[in-house]
Design a protein around this ligand. Structure first.
Ligand code: PMV
Length: 315
Protein backbone atom coordinates (compact mmCIF):
# COMPACT_ATOMS: atom_id res chain seq x y z
CA UNK A 1 0.00 0.00 0.00
CA UNK A 2 1.19 3.47 -0.81
CA UNK A 3 2.84 5.48 1.94
CA UNK A 4 3.65 9.19 1.74
CA UNK A 5 5.95 10.97 4.17
CA UNK A 6 6.77 14.68 4.41
CA UNK A 7 8.26 16.88 7.10
CA UNK A 8 8.40 20.52 8.15
CA UNK A 9 11.04 22.31 10.25
CA UNK A 10 10.87 24.17 13.52
CA UNK A 11 11.37 27.93 13.42
CA UNK A 12 12.77 30.82 15.35
CA UNK A 13 11.62 34.40 15.23
CA UNK A 14 14.72 36.54 14.88
CA UNK A 15 13.03 39.94 15.09
CA UNK A 16 9.61 41.43 15.64
CA UNK A 17 7.50 38.83 17.48
CA UNK A 18 4.30 40.25 19.00
CA UNK A 19 4.67 43.53 17.06
CA UNK A 20 4.07 41.44 13.91
CA UNK A 21 0.54 40.71 15.13
CA UNK A 22 -0.06 44.50 14.87
CA UNK A 23 1.21 44.87 11.31
CA UNK A 24 4.90 45.58 11.92
CA UNK A 25 7.56 43.65 9.96
CA UNK A 26 9.24 40.61 11.46
CA UNK A 27 11.94 38.14 10.45
CA UNK A 28 11.79 34.40 11.05
CA UNK A 29 13.96 31.48 9.98
CA UNK A 30 13.56 27.71 9.80
CA UNK A 31 15.40 25.45 12.24
CA UNK A 32 16.00 22.38 10.15
CA UNK A 33 17.59 20.30 12.94
CA UNK A 34 14.19 19.74 14.57
CA UNK A 35 11.24 18.60 12.48
CA UNK A 36 7.68 17.32 12.47
CA UNK A 37 7.19 14.33 10.17
CA UNK A 38 3.80 13.17 8.87
CA UNK A 39 3.03 9.85 7.23
CA UNK A 40 -0.15 9.08 5.29
CA UNK A 41 -1.02 5.51 4.30
CA UNK A 42 -4.04 3.72 2.92
CA UNK A 43 -6.09 1.87 5.50
CA UNK A 44 -8.33 -1.23 5.27
CA UNK A 45 -10.89 0.56 7.47
CA UNK A 46 -13.38 3.25 6.53
CA UNK A 47 -12.64 6.51 8.26
CA UNK A 48 -9.58 8.60 8.94
CA UNK A 49 -7.43 7.39 11.81
CA UNK A 50 -5.05 9.81 13.55
CA UNK A 51 -1.95 8.53 15.32
CA UNK A 52 0.51 10.49 17.45
CA UNK A 53 2.59 7.74 19.07
CA UNK A 54 4.97 10.23 20.73
CA UNK A 55 2.09 11.27 22.99
CA UNK A 56 0.37 7.83 22.89
CA UNK A 57 -2.68 8.94 20.94
CA UNK A 58 -4.59 6.86 18.37
CA UNK A 59 -8.15 7.90 17.50
CA UNK A 60 -10.69 8.50 14.75
CA UNK A 61 -11.06 11.90 13.11
CA UNK A 62 -14.85 11.68 13.42
CA UNK A 63 -14.44 11.50 17.23
CA UNK A 64 -11.93 14.36 17.47
CA UNK A 65 -13.04 17.64 19.02
CA UNK A 66 -13.06 20.96 17.17
CA UNK A 67 -10.22 22.13 19.43
CA UNK A 68 -7.83 19.32 18.47
CA UNK A 69 -4.97 20.84 16.39
CA UNK A 70 -4.00 17.56 14.64
CA UNK A 71 -7.63 16.99 13.62
CA UNK A 72 -7.89 20.66 12.62
CA UNK A 73 -4.94 20.27 10.22
CA UNK A 74 -6.60 17.27 8.56
CA UNK A 75 -9.97 19.03 8.43
CA UNK A 76 -8.42 22.18 6.93
CA UNK A 77 -7.05 20.03 4.11
CA UNK A 78 -10.26 18.03 3.59
CA UNK A 79 -12.28 21.24 3.50
CA UNK A 80 -10.00 22.78 0.87
CA UNK A 81 -9.92 19.58 -1.19
CA UNK A 82 -13.69 18.98 -0.87
CA UNK A 83 -13.22 15.51 0.70
CA UNK A 84 -15.02 13.67 3.51
CA UNK A 85 -13.80 12.56 6.95
CA UNK A 86 -14.50 8.94 6.05
CA UNK A 87 -11.56 8.44 3.69
CA UNK A 88 -9.76 5.15 4.47
CA UNK A 89 -6.45 6.65 5.61
CA UNK A 90 -4.07 6.53 8.56
CA UNK A 91 -2.21 9.76 9.34
CA UNK A 92 0.71 9.49 11.75
CA UNK A 93 2.71 12.36 13.20
CA UNK A 94 6.12 12.36 14.92
CA UNK A 95 7.96 15.45 16.07
CA UNK A 96 11.31 16.36 17.57
CA UNK A 97 10.24 19.99 18.06
CA UNK A 98 9.64 20.85 21.72
CA UNK A 99 6.02 21.92 22.20
CA UNK A 100 4.86 25.27 23.62
CA UNK A 101 8.37 26.65 23.55
CA UNK A 102 8.34 29.19 20.72
CA UNK A 103 9.76 26.85 18.07
CA UNK A 104 6.58 26.59 16.03
CA UNK A 105 5.78 22.97 16.82
CA UNK A 106 2.07 23.32 16.06
CA UNK A 107 2.64 25.00 12.71
CA UNK A 108 5.23 22.41 11.67
CA UNK A 109 2.91 19.54 12.60
CA UNK A 110 0.10 21.06 10.56
CA UNK A 111 2.28 21.86 7.53
CA UNK A 112 3.69 18.32 7.46
CA UNK A 113 0.22 16.73 7.75
CA UNK A 114 -1.32 18.96 5.09
CA UNK A 115 1.52 18.47 2.59
CA UNK A 116 1.54 14.70 3.15
CA UNK A 117 -2.22 14.48 2.55
CA UNK A 118 -2.00 16.64 -0.59
CA UNK A 119 0.80 14.51 -2.03
CA UNK A 120 -0.79 11.21 -1.06
CA UNK A 121 -4.13 12.12 -2.59
CA UNK A 122 -2.60 13.42 -5.82
CA UNK A 123 -3.29 17.12 -5.26
CA UNK A 124 0.05 18.84 -6.10
CA UNK A 125 -1.85 22.13 -6.36
CA UNK A 126 -2.62 21.92 -2.62
CA UNK A 127 0.98 20.86 -1.77
CA UNK A 128 2.39 24.20 -2.96
CA UNK A 129 4.02 26.34 -0.25
CA UNK A 130 1.44 29.11 -0.38
CA UNK A 131 -1.46 26.65 -0.13
CA UNK A 132 0.15 24.67 2.69
CA UNK A 133 0.80 27.93 4.52
CA UNK A 134 -2.82 29.13 4.14
CA UNK A 135 -4.25 25.85 5.49
CA UNK A 136 -1.68 25.78 8.31
CA UNK A 137 -2.84 29.28 9.24
CA UNK A 138 -6.25 27.84 10.11
CA UNK A 139 -4.57 25.58 12.68
CA UNK A 140 -2.56 28.52 14.02
CA UNK A 141 -5.83 30.35 14.63
CA UNK A 142 -6.86 27.53 16.94
CA UNK A 143 -3.50 27.52 18.74
CA UNK A 144 -2.79 31.25 18.90
CA UNK A 145 -6.08 33.08 18.83
CA UNK A 146 -4.94 35.96 16.61
CA UNK A 147 -1.85 34.67 14.78
CA UNK A 148 0.10 36.99 12.51
CA UNK A 149 0.75 34.27 9.94
CA UNK A 150 4.53 34.30 10.29
CA UNK A 151 4.87 30.79 11.78
CA UNK A 152 2.88 29.02 9.06
CA UNK A 153 4.78 31.00 6.43
CA UNK A 154 8.29 30.14 7.56
CA UNK A 155 7.62 26.43 8.19
CA UNK A 156 5.83 26.05 4.84
CA UNK A 157 8.41 27.91 2.74
CA UNK A 158 11.37 26.62 4.80
CA UNK A 159 13.33 29.79 4.05
CA UNK A 160 14.24 32.86 6.16
CA UNK A 161 11.40 35.33 5.61
CA UNK A 162 10.70 39.01 6.07
CA UNK A 163 7.00 39.13 6.82
CA UNK A 164 4.39 41.86 7.17
CA UNK A 165 0.82 41.01 8.09
CA UNK A 166 -1.40 43.08 5.81
CA UNK A 167 -4.57 43.07 3.71
CA UNK A 168 -5.47 41.82 1.18
CA UNK A 169 -2.36 39.60 1.17
CA UNK A 170 0.55 39.36 3.59
CA UNK A 171 3.92 40.62 2.40
CA UNK A 172 6.28 37.65 2.29
CA UNK A 173 9.85 38.07 1.08
CA UNK A 174 12.50 35.41 1.36
CA UNK A 175 15.85 36.74 2.57
CA UNK A 176 19.32 36.30 1.16
CA UNK A 177 21.82 36.10 4.00
CA UNK A 178 25.11 37.92 3.33
CA UNK A 179 27.26 35.76 5.60
CA UNK A 180 26.42 32.54 7.50
CA UNK A 181 24.91 33.32 10.92
CA UNK A 182 25.35 30.91 13.84
CA UNK A 183 22.63 30.85 16.45
CA UNK A 184 22.29 28.96 19.70
CA UNK A 185 18.74 28.20 20.80
CA UNK A 186 18.39 27.57 24.52
CA UNK A 187 15.29 26.18 26.20
CA UNK A 188 14.21 27.59 29.57
CA UNK A 189 12.29 24.35 30.13
CA UNK A 190 9.20 26.39 30.91
CA UNK A 191 6.23 25.64 28.65
CA UNK A 192 4.44 28.83 27.72
CA UNK A 193 1.45 28.73 25.37
CA UNK A 194 1.70 31.53 22.80
CA UNK A 195 -2.03 32.16 23.01
CA UNK A 196 -1.71 33.35 26.62
CA UNK A 197 1.20 35.72 25.93
CA UNK A 198 -0.51 37.10 22.81
CA UNK A 199 -3.75 37.63 24.77
CA UNK A 200 -1.90 39.41 27.59
CA UNK A 201 -0.14 41.73 25.14
CA UNK A 202 -3.50 42.54 23.59
CA UNK A 203 -4.91 43.51 27.00
CA UNK A 204 -1.87 45.68 27.76
CA UNK A 205 -2.15 47.30 24.33
CA UNK A 206 -5.82 48.07 24.97
CA UNK A 207 -4.95 49.59 28.37
CA UNK A 208 -1.89 51.57 27.18
CA UNK A 209 -2.37 51.93 23.46
CA UNK A 210 0.01 54.81 22.76
CA UNK A 211 2.85 53.22 24.72
CA UNK A 212 2.44 49.84 23.05
CA UNK A 213 2.13 51.37 19.60
CA UNK A 214 5.49 53.09 20.20
CA UNK A 215 7.01 49.77 21.28
CA UNK A 216 5.63 48.01 18.21
CA UNK A 217 6.98 50.80 15.96
CA UNK A 218 10.41 50.43 17.55
CA UNK A 219 10.33 46.65 16.93
CA UNK A 220 9.34 47.28 13.31
CA UNK A 221 12.29 49.67 12.81
CA UNK A 222 14.61 47.07 14.34
CA UNK A 223 13.31 44.39 11.95
CA UNK A 224 13.84 46.67 8.95
CA UNK A 225 17.38 47.52 10.02
CA UNK A 226 18.05 43.84 10.74
CA UNK A 227 16.96 42.84 7.28
CA UNK A 228 19.56 45.14 5.72
CA UNK A 229 22.24 44.01 8.16
CA UNK A 230 21.46 40.33 7.44
CA UNK A 231 21.58 40.86 3.69
CA UNK A 232 24.89 42.71 4.00
CA UNK A 233 26.35 40.22 6.48
CA UNK A 234 26.93 42.84 9.21
CA UNK A 235 27.11 40.42 12.10
CA UNK A 236 27.87 42.88 14.94
CA UNK A 237 25.02 45.08 13.87
CA UNK A 238 22.61 42.12 13.90
CA UNK A 239 23.68 41.21 17.44
CA UNK A 240 23.09 44.77 18.65
CA UNK A 241 19.64 44.82 17.08
CA UNK A 242 18.73 41.57 18.86
CA UNK A 243 19.65 43.12 22.19
CA UNK A 244 17.62 46.23 21.35
CA UNK A 245 14.60 44.10 20.35
CA UNK A 246 14.83 42.24 23.67
CA UNK A 247 14.58 45.54 25.57
CA UNK A 248 11.26 46.25 23.83
CA UNK A 249 9.97 42.73 24.48
CA UNK A 250 10.85 43.12 28.15
CA UNK A 251 8.79 46.32 28.23
CA UNK A 252 5.93 44.42 26.59
CA UNK A 253 6.00 42.10 29.65
CA UNK A 254 6.75 38.94 27.66
CA UNK A 255 10.19 38.20 29.08
CA UNK A 256 10.69 36.22 32.30
CA UNK A 257 13.42 35.79 34.96
CA UNK A 258 14.51 32.49 33.34
CA UNK A 259 14.79 34.05 29.88
CA UNK A 260 16.68 37.01 31.33
CA UNK A 261 19.13 34.72 33.11
CA UNK A 262 19.95 32.87 29.88
CA UNK A 263 20.20 36.11 27.86
CA UNK A 264 22.56 37.63 30.42
CA UNK A 265 24.70 34.46 30.55
CA UNK A 266 25.00 34.37 26.75
CA UNK A 267 26.00 38.02 26.54
CA UNK A 268 28.54 37.68 29.38
CA UNK A 269 30.07 34.70 27.58
CA UNK A 270 30.59 36.68 24.38
CA UNK A 271 27.38 36.31 22.34
CA UNK A 272 26.97 39.17 19.84
CA UNK A 273 23.33 39.55 20.87
CA UNK A 274 20.55 37.59 22.55
CA UNK A 275 16.78 37.72 22.92
CA UNK A 276 13.71 35.62 23.54
CA UNK A 277 12.18 34.06 20.44
CA UNK A 278 8.45 33.57 19.86
CA UNK A 279 5.70 34.13 22.38
CA UNK A 280 8.03 34.52 25.38
CA UNK A 281 7.39 34.14 29.15
CA UNK A 282 9.24 30.81 28.83
CA UNK A 283 10.17 28.74 25.84
CA UNK A 284 13.38 29.48 24.01
CA UNK A 285 15.89 32.28 23.72
CA UNK A 286 18.35 32.73 20.87
CA UNK A 287 21.93 33.99 20.88
CA UNK A 288 24.01 35.04 17.87
CA UNK A 289 27.54 33.70 18.20
CA UNK A 290 30.78 33.60 16.26
CA UNK A 291 31.96 30.06 15.48
CA UNK A 292 34.93 30.72 17.80
CA UNK A 293 32.75 31.61 20.81
CA UNK A 294 29.99 29.07 20.22
CA UNK A 295 31.35 26.44 22.65
CA UNK A 296 31.90 28.92 25.49
CA UNK A 297 28.43 30.45 25.08
CA UNK A 298 26.80 27.02 24.91
CA UNK A 299 28.51 25.98 28.16
CA UNK A 300 27.46 29.25 29.82
CA UNK A 301 23.83 28.68 28.80
CA UNK A 302 23.82 25.18 30.25
CA UNK A 303 25.46 26.49 33.45
CA UNK A 304 22.75 29.14 33.70
CA UNK A 305 20.04 26.46 33.67
CA UNK A 306 19.18 25.86 29.99
CA UNK A 307 17.45 22.48 29.61
CA UNK A 308 18.80 21.99 26.11
CA UNK A 309 20.81 24.02 23.63
CA UNK A 310 20.44 23.59 19.86
CA UNK A 311 22.63 25.21 17.28
CA UNK A 312 21.64 26.27 13.80
CA UNK A 313 23.41 28.13 11.00
CA UNK A 314 21.49 30.38 8.62
CA UNK A 315 22.97 30.47 5.15
O1 PMV B 1 5.46 31.30 20.18
P1 PMV B 1 5.60 31.10 18.72
O2 PMV B 1 6.89 30.55 18.31
O3 PMV B 1 4.47 30.38 18.10
O4 PMV B 1 5.66 32.57 18.03
C1 PMV B 1 4.60 33.43 18.10
C2 PMV B 1 4.95 34.75 17.50
C3 PMV B 1 4.01 35.85 17.94
O5 PMV B 1 4.45 37.02 17.24
C4 PMV B 1 4.12 36.10 19.43
C5 PMV B 1 2.58 35.53 17.57
C6 PMV B 1 2.30 35.54 16.09
O6 PMV B 1 1.26 34.97 15.71
O7 PMV B 1 3.05 36.11 15.30
Amino acid sequence: MAITQTSAPGKIILFGEHAVVYGRPAIAAPVTQVRATATVEDSPDTGLRLRAPDIRRDYWLRQASEGDPFAKAVRAFLGQAGLTEELPLIVTIHSTIPIASGLGSGAAMAAAVIRALAQHLGRPDLAQNGQVSAMTFQVEQLLHGTPSGIDNTVVSFERPVYFVRQQPANRIETLTIGTPLSFLIADTGIASPTKVAVGDVRREWQAQTAHFERLFDACGRVAQAARQAMERGEVDQIGGLMTENQAYLREMTVSSPELERLIHAAEEAGALGAKLSGGGRGGNMIALVTPADQGVVQAALLDAGARAVLSTVLV
